[in-house]
Design a protein around this ligand. Structure first.
Ligand SMILES: [Zn+2]
Length: 342
């Protein structure tokens, strides 16, 4: 009986690993073309001008000064900020998948990977959902659409800290939370753990994610100092009967906690289930990252189109040696005015 359970465990683990190996290249490929971004730097000198034109003269251009101002401020940022929100999340997801693919992690580390994967998956799904209510990726056409996307994915950039203060104070000198925490009302970048739990609960309501919250809680049992420590570090748990009829519960603790439990039926059953559920999550992760890959490509294309239209129409406002406001990192001459090759 125990053999059958052990075989089931080994199989479930092998399926998980092969699924991870299968989806990993596709997941990473989604952000391959979006690993390098350039933001038009609005330094003090530039802040007073729009692409080299003083703000007070902006009305000379055909666009309204408000339009030019918005474009100057926002255009280069739309694509870059969208990448900043999405690319690191996809790469972090891929890291969990890669680590699970090795098959060399301890069970506790594996569940830690799942936990990290679920949290990223939850925020990525939440941002997709937010976008589906405002701007659908296939309908992104205008500058305003790009701003909608940027708004929706901005929820992917969260922190509790004010990082500039963090650099100045040693941890031992941080007496209260509020001293180095962001004023979330002011900056809108607080993404608390509670927030993530809400998003996991929202996934739990979807048919394809049913079970994600209990699975997440299960993973947490092994990440937090809970009973998972016992399950992950013990083996040969069995009830032994003496000749005199006395019962003893035998437990053996691993010398090396990274090793997988041997002869542990409870462990095998639980982890077979965990691997099966995890395999399903890896497939969902692939689908989600594909959607984001498409979104990034669209945002880059539309952003470039919008920026080049402005540059070409208002060329008097620019120097051709300026960085192109599309955020390509090339000069306007080499980007917007690049000779089209047939
Ligand atoms: Zn350009």
């Amino acid at each position: 009986m125990s053999d059958e359970v052990e075989i089931g465990f080994m199989e479930a683990r092998a399926v998980l690993q092969s699924e991870c190996l299968k989806v990993l290249p596709a997941v990473r490929r989604q952000v391959d073309a979006h690993r390098q971004t350039f933001i038009w730097q609005m330094d003090k000198g530039l802040a007073n001008s729009i692409f080299g034109i003083p703000i007070e003269k902006a009305h000379d251009a055909r666009l309204t000064s408000e339009q030019v101002r918005r474009i100057a401020r926002e255009n280069g940022k739309n694509y870059c900020y969208t990448c900043m929100a999405i690319t690191p999340k996809v790469l972090a997801l891929s890291l969990s998948i890669e680590r699970l693919s090795h098959g060399t992690l301890s069970p506790q580390e594996e569940l830690n990977c799942f936990r990290s994967l679920i949290e990223r998956l939850a925020v990525l799904e939440a941002a997709l959902e937010a976008m589906s209510r405002t701007v659908r990726p296939e309908k992104i056409k205008t500058f305003d659409d790009l701003i909608e996307v940027r708004e929706a994915v901005s929820t992917l950039i969260g922190t509790r800290f004010d990082w500039s203060k963090l650099q100045l104070i040693d941890f031992s000198k941080m007496p209260s939370k509020t001293d180095y925490f962001h004023d979330s009302a002011e900056t809108r970048v607080d993404l608390s753990a509670r927030n993530i739990l809400n998003q996991i609960d929202k996934l739990q309501k979807k048919e394809r994610y049913k079970g994600i919250r209990p699975f997440y809680n299960f993973c947490c049992e092994f990440v937090h100092p809970n009973i998972g420590d016992i399950l992950a570090t013990t083996s040969e748990k069995q009830i032994i009967k003496t000749q005199g009829g006395q019962l003893a519960y035998k437990t053996k603790y691993h010398e090396d906690p990274s090793k997988i439990s041997k002869d542990d039926r409870d462990f095998f059953i639980l982890f077979s289930k965990a691997y099966a559920f995890g395999t399903m999550l890896i497939r969902e992760a692939e689908k989600v990252t594909l959607e984001y890959g498409n979104l990034l490509n669209t945002v880059r294309r539309v952003n470039r189109k919008c920026a080049h239209k402005v540059v070409k129409r208002q060329i008097a406002c620019f120097s051709k040696d300026d960085y192109c406001p599309c955020g390509s990192g090339r000069s306007i001459r080499a980007c917007a005015f690049r000779r089209e090759r047939p």
